[in-house]
Design a protein. Structure first.
Length: 398
């Protein structure tokens, strides 16, 4: 008689896959996908502001004029015309850049993943703002890095605290979002940027300067990139994205990096996906050639400024007395701190029953989370919808 043995158990997942959790923001977006929910949770551009006509025209032109190349495999570095267009925009802002200085990525998120792959060994130290972009924490976690938060204030990382941590921890990488930071919306002033550059030069570390929101400035003067400072020019990687200025569904970003590191990232990208979508790159290049992106952005910024102001105007009556929040000069987010004793994660469960949502701040902290904090995005909804969302939100804090 033949006995059938039980199947042998499968090998376990890699430790990094077990230890890095899912994005709470993505989880919340799934919970709030119902059309009746007014969500301040996701950092989503307003879909009605996409230049659909211009993008359709760009895709049509590419498919009519060069479908065989646009639909074929392409070089890993990216479409030459797109890289030239990005280089021109950077140079116009005072950062001399050539097409060969750039690598096109699947959103700036992939650029961050490529940096983690090429720079970080398990146990390497990465310094971050506290709080910081949640997906960056995931990237560094998958690489096995030890993430150490740098103390911050309303202007970003504190230079003296940064210096102390660099001396003590000997980090390999410092990750920053200097303009309209996610999640806090704050912007790092010129003096802080220079101090960061000089610290990196003095002590020898890489800087990842993430700039997905820099084109969304509503007031004030545009700041100088850290990458433009001579002290950090040979050690700063600038990451950019078309997601907030063109369309996130195209998944197009770029990386400007020193040659040796850029080459390593090209090889890592070859292993990941060979190259970013050729047809999307070609359409983006054609769009930039045929259309006035700056004119489009002026319209977007005008709408987003109104939405920011609508959110700020309604917060005093929507939030409990003693709450605090900032007034970002641009970007997509307002950072809120509820009074002592409030737990934003706990109150979210109640808020969802009123068909309104936000993102609790706790998951954005690399250490010692503040449970009273939350992030509110103002770009997705019209001023009228924002007012209604805040009306629904008020009872959740009652």
């Amino acid at each position: 008689m033949t006995t059938t043995a039980a199947p042998a158990p499968l090998p376990p997942l890699a430790a990094r896959a077990r230890d890095v959790g899912a994005s709470p923001v993505r989880e919340i977006l799934a919970l709030t996908a119902r059309p009746e929910v007014i969500s301040f949770a996701g950092g989503l551009p307003a879909p009605e502001l996409f230049d659909t006509e211009g993008l359709r025209s760009a895709f049509d032109a590419v498919m009519a004029e060069r479908p065989r190349t646009a639909l074929q495999y392409a070089t890993t570095e990216g479409d030459p015309a797109l890289r030239a267009a990005v280089a021109g925009r950077l140079a116009a802002r005072g950062l001399p850049t050539g097409p060969d200085d750039l690598l096109v990525t699947a959103g700036s998120q992939q650029g961050l993943a490529l940096l983690a792959t090429t720079l970080l060994e398990p146990g390497d130290v990465v310094l971050v703002e506290n709080p910081t972009y949640l997906a960056a924490l995931q990237c560094f976690g998958f690489a096995g890095a030890r993430v150490v938060p740098v103390p911050t204030d309303e202007d970003g990382v504190l230079p003296d605290a940064l210096e102390e941590l660099v001396l003590r921890e000997r980090p390999k990488l410092l990750y920053l979002i200097p303009d309209f930071q996610n999640p806090t919306g704050r912007t790092m002033p010129a003096g802080r940027r220079l101090a960061v550059a000089e610290t990196a030069e003095r002590h020898g570390l890489w800087i990842a300067e993430d700039d997905p929101y820099g084109e969304l400035r509503y007031e004030g003067e545009r700041g100088r990139w850290i990458a433009a400072h001579e002290a950090a020019a040979d050690r700063t990687v600038l990451l950019g994205s078309f997601s907030k200025v063109m369309a996130p569904g195209m998944r197009l970003g770029w990386m400007r990096a020193p040659e040796a590191l850029r080459r390593a990232c090209v090889i890592a990208k070859q292993a990941a996906d060979l190259h970013t979508s050729g047809v999307d790159q070609a359409a983006a290049a054609r769009y930039l050639a045929d259309r006035d992106l700056d004119a489009h952005l002026a319209r977007v910024r005008g709408a987003y400024r109104e939405r920011r102001d609508a959110l700020l105007a309604g917060l005093p009556t929507a939030l409990p007395e003693g709450s605090e929040w900032n007034r970002p000069e641009g970007g997509m987010f307002v950072w809120v701190r509820l009074p002592e004793g409030f737990d934003a994660t706990e109150r979210l469960r109640t808020a969802i029953t009123y068909d309104v949502a936000y993102v609790p701040g706790a998951p954005f902290f690399a250490a010692a989370p503040d449970p009273a904090t939350l992030r509110m995005s103002f770009t997705t909804h019209t001023p009228g919808e924002i007012a209604e969302g805040l009306r629904r939100l008020a009872p959740a804090f009652g």
